[in-house]
Write a protein that binds this ligand. Structure first.
Ligand SMILES: O=C(O)CCC(=O)C(=O)O
Ligand SMILES: [Fe+2]
Length: 359
């Protein structure tokens, strides 16, 4: 790819009739190795358009709840709950103020779809169950993707990754609703270089991102070191029931594959304010922006050693080279929960204030 050219992130239909598993798996691995990002065409077979639109409705209702209701659910060190404007700083090395967003993180629900964490009283049991089912559907899709990554990399056994992500084991997996207020609604004027969410790589193995048509903002850092926007509806998906689900590789899958799969740095900008400043035709950031993310993590005690795969063994690039601009791309054998704690401590300065002083 020429320096500065917009990366063409592949669109893959993992449920296409007649598509061979190995071909789909290899296409996924190639996209993850080249970009760290891939679109999963959403024809409704994996997660229906209705489920996604219901989840966005619930997200809007949740963020519109009275502040006291949200504050009762303030985020805890288990990474569950509500975080208000500026309380998370995804790029502490260069942001002056924290992210211009509110977030609500959902941990696991019970088998009967009841919450195991405080939720705003404005949500009734049926709505809570809807969120629980959505979270379950996201996890199931991630398990399918992880299986395909195992197949595509020729890992033995092919279920190596998927087996490490059993939903019955405690893990850092989180469903997250995000709300970025309209630029005109934030209390102080947004300064140049400020971003809605700072540059970061994701902390888990794979991330699913759901966005709404017309809502701009997500940019990725390319191998050439340029920021490029990632359109919500790339060409060919305009008539699908729902925009494609954007999948990206997190740090853990990158460690596991010695950097073959890229944990690409990304951020959310105010329109045209990022250094890239490139716009996607038909998208704008003047409105409030909502997105939904599922961060899939392996069981807490999973060791992040290189996986048994010839393709990984043959890969000579190494972590740091593969993951441009990602300071976490260095070989360390950590467990999954040690890595998550390290990343959370860096981004929630207030929550970890006392711990950070004593360490
Ligand atoms: O809102 C978005 O589009 C991306 C959010 C994101 O990258 C994250 O929460 O990790
Ligand atoms: Fe992210």
């Amino acid at each position: 790819m020429a320096a500065g050219a917009t990366p063409v992130i592949p669109i893959i239909d993992i449920s296409a009739a007649g598509a061979g598993e190995l071909d789909v798996a290899k296409a996924l691995v190639d996209a993850a190795a080249e970009h760290g990002f891939v679109y999963i065409k959403n024809t409704g077979k994996d997660i229906s358009a209705q489920q996604i639109s219901n989840a966005f409705d619930l997200s809007r209702a949740l963020f519109a709840s009275p502040l006291e209701e949200k504050q009762k659910c303030t985020i805890q060190k288990n990474n569950q709950g509500w975080s208000g404007m500026h309380s998370e700083t995804l790029d502490p090395s260069s942001q002056r103020v924290g992210d211009y967003k509110e977030a609500f993180n959902f941990g696991p629900f019970t088998a009967a779809h009841a919450a195991q964490q405080p939720l705003p009283g404005t949500l009734d049991a049926a709505q809570v169950a809807e969120i629980a089912r959505f979270r379950g559907a996201c996890h199931a899709l991630c398990e399918r993707l992880l299986h395909l990554f195992g197949v595509g990399l020729g890992v033995t056994p092919a279920d190596f990754f998927a087996a490490s992500h059993s939903p019955s084991q405690p893990s850092g997996s989180i469903l997250r609703f995000l709300y970025y207020p309209a630029p005109a609604a934030v209390s102080s004027p947004v300064e140049k270089d400020e971003v809605r969410a700072g540059a970061h790589s994701d902390y888990g193995s794979v991330t699913l991102l759901f966005r709404l048509r017309g809502q701009a903002g997500l940019e990725i850092l390319t191998r050439a070191g340029t920021w490029e926007p990632v359109p919500v509806c790339p060409p060919g998906t305009e008539n699908d029931p729902s925009p494609p689900i954007l999948v990206n590789i997190g740090d853990l899958l990158s460690y596991w594959t010695n950097g073959l799969l890229r944990s690409t740095v990304h951020r959310v900008t105010f329109e045209g304010d990022g250094s890239g400043g490139k716009k996607v035709v038909g998208e704008s950031n003047n409105e409030p922006r909502y997105s939904i993310v599922y961060f899939c993590h392996p069981a807490n005690d999973t060791q992040l050693t290189a996986v048994p795969s010839e393709r990984v063994k043959e890969f000579k690039g190494g972590l740091a080279e593969a993951n441009v601009g990602n300071p976490y791309a260095e070989r360390k054998v950590l467990t999954a929960d040690e890595h998550l704690k390290m990343r959370l401590q860096a981004t929630y300065s207030q929550l970890y204030e006392n711990d950070n002083k004593s360490t």
